[in-house]
Design a protein around this ligand. Sequence first.
Ligand code: PLP
Length: 489
Amino acid sequence: MTEPLIFELSIPGRKGVRLPELDVPESELPADLLRDDLPLPEVSEVDVVRHYLRLSQLNYAVDKGIYPLGSCTMKYNPKINEVAARLPGFVGIHPLQDELTVQGALYLMYHLQEQLKAISGFDAISLQPAAGAHGELTGVLIMRKYHLDRGETQRDTMLIPDSAHGTNPASTSMSGLRVVEIPSDARGNVDLEAMKAYMNERLIGIMITNPNTLGLFDENLEAICQMVHEAGGLVYGDGANMNALMGIMRPAEIGIDVMHFNLHKTFSTPHGGGGPGSGPVGVVAKLADFLPAPIVVKEVDAEEEAEEEAPLYTFYDPPKSIGRVKSFWGHFSVMIKAYTYIRMLGDEGVRRAAEYAVLNANYLLSRIRDVYPLPYDRICKHEFVVEGRFEDAPGVRALDIAKRLIDYGVHPPTNYFPLIVHEALMIEPTETESKQEVDRYADILLKIAEEAKTDPDLLHEAPHNAPVRRLDEVYAARQKILRYRRDQQ
Ligand SMILES: *Cc1c(COP(=O)(O)O)cnc(C)c1O
């Protein structure tokens, strides 16, 4: 980077603000709160503006172009979501306020629960979990408590297909349960034969991602649910991929018992970079009493009697609740954005978003499938996985292709995941990209495949024109430098 960072622009005495006239008595700053080891830059307003604008331009974002990072559903987030989340009536309230004074916020939470029920078919929803993986942990704890409540304390085994997201085994282990990996069959479905050995009194259930991380709808899903139920187990649905299904299929109707949503993926909230997410959990009726407390309910009596003192919407603690999983009421700003998104789309729009997500993925696949090897040759859902390697360019790997995409000013797909595909490139264009943008991405991928044969070093040395060149990824992960350090330039 050649442009100076804000700390390097500091000139003693330079200022960017003018403070108003002092209208309170002057007093000394408490000496023990002043830090000598915190040298703040002294800069002008224009220095600050240019610093942040430059920083923002070093990043890639979905507001800049297509971001087909498989599994992450990086759809464009409509700006009206932000407008709603910034309404003074929402940002100005406090979680400790009396329920009667925040009925608007509770109304929104209640109706978001109702929207998610309608989309998924579940009987009850908790909005508390902070993100997808947190929703998984919540769901697994609910499954565990359900069995314990029935006195089936010997149940300790969770089945997890090898096409699952890495968070699934992690959530299960954190719940103190045993993970058994189930292989996929030649069509990319869960191998039913391999499941049979575990259909016994130790079974907690199965965690199944559908569509799975290959972007494929499991053709045996109903049979899997039936098999697990017959053995007394429960079926956990990883709902992170609801973008392919919303408005089309309700997971509860096919036999899923508990599922988390990723509001920040499916229902369009900016994510990545550690921003707030939200991972609500939906359950069928027999699990409703175990949901984390509290959930929002509507007091029907209050409506009928129209008493001004009684709140219409109120918090409710399910009787056998696993307890709290989050302080206060969850990530409310994300709930506002998801609610706004669903209301703006309406019933028909929600369905159409899923249809276009699937159409875009299949269209992109059709454009590149003769060049990029396709290990599971099926119609995909909202994403697909190809191999990033070519027979006639043996030295080129998926990583080289991903880095070369950066040179063309677009975001690479997810790579080396799922683990069951060699040199995996997992591509999810999402519904918000136009045919022209999807075509542009396909053209770039095809051009890179050509380059791989004619000039492989171009790929090996990519990226050439990004703010940073290729990193030593292991070193970068071990030696993180996450803030400016004056002495380590
Ligand atoms: C993203 C994702 C998760 C985890 O969600 P987070 O919000 O990142 O915790 C779980 N499963 C699948 C299939 C995902 O794509």
